[in-house]
Structures are given as structure tokens and as C-alpha cells.
Design a protein around this ligand. Structure first.
Ligand SMILES: Cc1cc2nc3c(=O)[nH]c(=O)nc-3n(C[C@H](O)[C@H](O)[C@H](O)COP(=O)(O)OP(=O)(O)OC[C@H]3O[C@@H](n4cnc5c(N)ncnc54)[C@H](O)[C@@H]3O)c2cc1C
Length: 295
């Protein structure tokens, strides 16, 4: 009978890095365990040593640093969702976290760092963070680096969870408030998304689009940033025809759709467009009320 992995709980970040450095490939970081424990129970993954990072204070707390929101990797979804500074600086993230399924255990134990590191296609954390141009702070050996989340996601050698630790997430403050919305399409209450979308929209005083960001999740392996595809809509007013164009552009941008029990490839591509249209419309409506408020 297998004895299972060994367990270590380093008390300092330096000790954790020394341990991860000496253990190599068999080590696995555990934070909330909400993803890791199920995959270990199913026998899909069998690390030799679990390195529990929950005692590391550098990975805790939420604060505003030089105008940017800084969230410790160990902060759990519920803590972030209800934090006043998150609600003020990044309401889009707070909204997305409020829609995470799995019940109270997941929301009270699952961490933002674990969610990012696992980069699961159906999760809700990456789309809002990408739409908000978030960066992540990564500790690797004695080195600390900060990189845009989108760059890290594109790097298959980031080593997160084995040789490297995600320590904090940083979200820059926008120069002025923008409209935002998060849409999650799911088959049943509390389920994973069949498609989700985080959008921000900034409008000129006359209601024309100044800038928009739109990131669709749960339709392909990594979130789809469709902001560039939508760039040509800048300067246009938000009309029903424009919203149909948002839907078409976002559906067309899906190149390699998922095909699973939540929907086949054709459905996922179509739903990418639907959630994008809904999120864009809701974000534009919020932007319009901000424009009126600050006129
Ligand atoms: C039933 C259920 C339903 C769920 N539904 C949703 C949902 O609807 N939406 C959603 O977004 N999420 C959902 N989740 C996932 C949940 O939100 C957690 O965020 C996720 O499980 C990972 O966080 P964790 O802290 O539990 O990570 P863990 O399970 O501890 O770790 C996950 C992975 O991340 C690595 N890791 C953890 N922390 C770090 C770190 N600081 N640095 C580097 N690597 C690290 C680990 O090595 C491991 O590979 C669900 C989970 C369950 C069990």
C-alpha cells in the first residue's frame, strides 16, 4: 500500500525556497488544497513531498502599494471578494470571485495563488485578472521577479508549484473609473463555467467607445483576450449593431474550442460570443452611468 507523500511546512519564505530547490521535481506546493487534494485522491497525481506554504506571511494580506492593489497569493476567495479595497479598486475581480462554485469550503479555503497556478480553463479568476492587466510576483530560488500575468501564462516553464512560488498578485489602478462586468454561463447553480467573460469599457463623454478590454474564459485551454479584435470598434457608439459585432468578433476569435460535457466545440464558440456581448453591454451601461456621474 502506498504511504502517500511526505509533508513539510516551512516557516519562512527563504526556508520554503531552499526546500523546493533541494527537492526538485517530486515536490508540490499546497495552499488551499481545493484542487490538489481531489486530483491526489483520484490518483491522477502523486507528489513525493507536499510543501505547505500556509505559514508564509509574505503570501498573506491585501493592501494598496504605490497605487496598485497587492493581494497575497494565500488570500482566499471569500476574503478577497469582501475586502473594501478590492471592491473599490477592482470590483470586477470581487464580482467574479462571488460566482465561484463548489460551496463554502472552496470559497473559504481556495486561494487566488492556487487558482492562478493551476490555470484551469474553467475557473473564474484568470479572465478578470487579465482584463485588469494584473502582474504576478514570483519567487524562484533567491530571485524575485514581477511579470505580467499574460506573459507568465504563456510560459510553460514558469515552474509555479514545484520550483517557483507565486507570492503576490498586483492590479494597477486605472487612471479613472471604467465600466466593468463579469458574465458566467453555467449549466447548474454552483457549476463550472461553460463560458465566462470579463469586460471593461471606457466611454467618451459623447458615449463613443474610448477603450475596452474583453477576456473570454472556459472556451479554450487558456483565456482568450479578444481586446485586440475589438480595437477597431473604438470611436463607435454602443448600438445593438455594435453589440452583435462584439458577439461575432469574439466567437470568431476562438481558434481551438473546448469540447467536453459542458458543451461541444460549436456550442463553446457560439457561447464565447454570447457571454462577450452580454458582458460588453453591461460594462458599457456602467461606463455610461459613470460618464453621467462625472460630467
Ligand atoms: C468542487 C469545486 C468547485 C470549484 N469551482 C470553482 C469555480 O467555479 N471557479 C473557480 O475559479 N474555481 C473553482 N474551484 C477551484 C478553487 O477556486 C481553487 O482556487 C483552486 O482549487 C486552487 O486553489 P487552492 O488554494 O485550493 O490550490 P491548491 O489545490 O493548494 O493548489 C493548486 C495548484 O496550484 C499550486 N499552487 C498553489 N499555491 C501556489 C503558489 N502560491 N505558488 C505556486 N503554485 C501554487 C499547487 O502546487 C497546485 O499545483 C473549485 C474547486 C472545487 C474543489
Amino acid at each position: 500500500m502506498s504511504r502517500g507523500p511526505q509533508y513539510a511546512r516551512p516557516r519562512s519564505l527563504d526556508a520554503a525556497m531552499d526546500l523546493l530547490g533541494s527537492l526538485g521535481a517530486g515536490a508540490c506546493v499546497v495552499a488551499g488544497g481545493q484542487e490538489l487534494m481531489p486530483v491526489m485522491n483520484y490518483g491522477v497525481f502523486a507528489p513525493t513531498v507536499l510543501v505547505d506554504v500556509n505559514a508564509l506571511r509574505e503570501l498573506k494580506g491585501i493592501r494598496v502599494d504605490a497605487g496598485a492593489l497587492s493581494i497575497g497569493a494565500l488570500c482566499v476567495h471569500r476574503e478577497i471578494e469582501h475586502h473594501e479595497q478590492v471592491k473599490a479598486h477592482a470590483p470586477l475581480l470581487a464580482c467574479a470571485l462571488s460566482l465561484i462554485g463548489g460551496g463554502w469550503q472552496v470559497r473559504n479555503r481556495g486561494t487566488i495563488g492556487g487558482n492562478i497556478a493551476s490555470a484551469h480553463p474553467l475557473y473564474d479568476v484568470l479572465p478578470p485578472l487579465l482584463a485588469l492587466d494584473a502582474s504576478v510576483e514570483i519567487r524562484s530560488g533567491a530571485q524575485v521577479r514581477t511579470a505580467l500575468l499574460r506573459t507568465v501564462l504563456g510560459d510553460s516553464k514558469h515552474g509555479l508549484g514545484t520550483t517557483a512560488l507565486l507570492t503576490r498578485v498586483q492590479i494597477p489602478s486605472p487612471p479613472k473609473p471604467v465600466g466593468w462586468a463579469y458574465e458566467k454561463l453555467k449549466n447548474t447553480q454552483g457549476a463550472y463555467a461553460s463560458a465566462n467573460c470579463a469586460a471593461t469599457v471606457d466611454l467618451h463623454q459623447d458615449g463613443r467607445i474610448a477603450r475596452s478590454r474583453i477576456v473570454v474564459g472556459a472556451v479554450q485551454a487558456l483565456p482568450l483576450d479578444a481586446s485586440e479584435a475589438l480595437a477597431r470598434l473604438q470611436g463607435e457608439p454602443v448600438t445593438a449593431a455594435l453589440l452583435r459585432e462584439v458577439e461575432r468578433l469574439c466567437a470568431d476569435a476562438v481558434t481551438n474550442p473546448l469540447n467536453d460535457q459542458r458543451g461541444d466545440a460549436e456550442y463553446r464558440r457560439a457561447m464565447a460570443g454570447v457571454v462577450a456581448r452580454r458582458a460588453f453591454e453591461a460594462a458599457a451601461a456602467r461606463a455610461r452611468s459613470l460618464t453621467l456621474q462625472f460630467a
